[in-house]
Design a protein around this ligand. Sequence first.
Ligand SMILES: *Cc1c(COP(=O)(O)O)cnc(C)c1O
Ligand SMILES: [Zn+2]
Length: 454
Amino acid sequence: MNYTLVMSINKFQHKFVANFKCINLTCGAEYSLKDIIYTCSKCNSLLRVNHNISELKKVSASDWKEVFKERAASFDFPNNSGIWNKREFVLPEIKTENIISAGEGKTHLFNSKRLAKELKLSSLYVKQCGVSHTGSFKDLGMTVLVSQVNQLISEGIKIKAVACASTGDTSAALASYAAIAGIPTIVFLPANKVSKAQLIQPVSNGAKVISVDTDFDGCMKIVQEVSKEAGIYLANSMNSLRIEGQKTISFEISEQLNWQVPDWIIIPGGNLGNVSALGSGYEMLYELGLISKLPRIILAQAENANPLYISYQKEFKDFKPIEAKKTLASAIQIGNPVSVNKAIDTLKKFNGIVEQASEIELSDASARADLHGLYNDPHTGVALATLFKQIEKNNIKEHDSVVIISTANGLKFTEFKTAFHEKKIEGINPKMVNEIISCKADISDVMGVIKSVT
Ligand SMILES: *Cc1c(COP(=O)(O)O)cnc(C)c1O
Ligand SMILES: [Zn+2]
């Protein structure tokens, strides 16, 4: 690598530090990253990871870009990870030997040219966060959280197990990363509310899987109680270490677009950690001069689990938790989102919009984009339906550029995709169905079929 550049980074390395800081501006209490703490002990607000920005600024934006570019080309640990090749922006004080990585990040930014043309957009990209180790963006945050836990354990801090409540993807990611590190894992899942693939992932990785007869919000309450027990470490996204990893979504999109910023980014949200991660990543790049404008962010919710959409209708003047109804977008079936205050801050800063999608809208949108070569999970379907609705409402205009955050791999949702094409989704009459043609093993029968479809 460029020698003077390495020297310049090394010169400041010891000053790249971070701590936890309360998000409540009138409080602003700070804590060490070595503390096992999830919310402010003074005012109970959420915490964020706070970086020494003035030191990071001493390396120029163009030098950072060059360092990241060179590292991104490497196959070697830890630069083979899209998180750890930007470690100074994520968790500067991690020791390399404590990093628990599965080569996460570095996901493809799918250029959906034909759909962009159909929609009269200048460009439409889909960030494929689900093409990852456990099949969702949750890997990005979990590598950071588990690495930090691993570092704490190496320093003699007693942690018996890591635990989380989940709508399916968080538990899959936690179980895998903790298994890599050899840390015992407990996961709480709402009974019958996650896909088969999501359920069997943590089982396979040896986690204690506890299926609870409640919804996600109920599981979240339980795990918060459990983690008050000494030695049980909470791995939900109220733990801001997760957000530090997830914010690299913004870094990667920016790199992949040659440091240009799209007009719009659409992201599906449930517990609302990821939208604040997206915003936090863009803010950091902007502050450090790596980009020169900010995108507008649209948060997409399922109509059946839409507490933020309701609050947005009243300009966020108040927020009331709801009881989320069943939705095909099961990973965002959340009525009492833990990170709501962070999300509202982000949406205000990014001139944001909240949109919702009904069950039929999310299903059809997912299938429509599949016909352009994607294989969308229902949450990406919610984001895609939001794109179509916002174009219709003329908020997103002709020649705008859009990035959709795809949060999970469609392969985790075979039940959803099969039921759709078999027209077996209750209460839904989908438009985009592609039925399988059965035929005898007889050439004239086959020719008959081919004639009827061409
Ligand atoms: C977790 C998850 C979300 C929602 O992210 P939040 O940070 O909870 O808003 C969306 N889609 C999928 C597939 C997820 O697993
Ligand atoms: Zn506080």
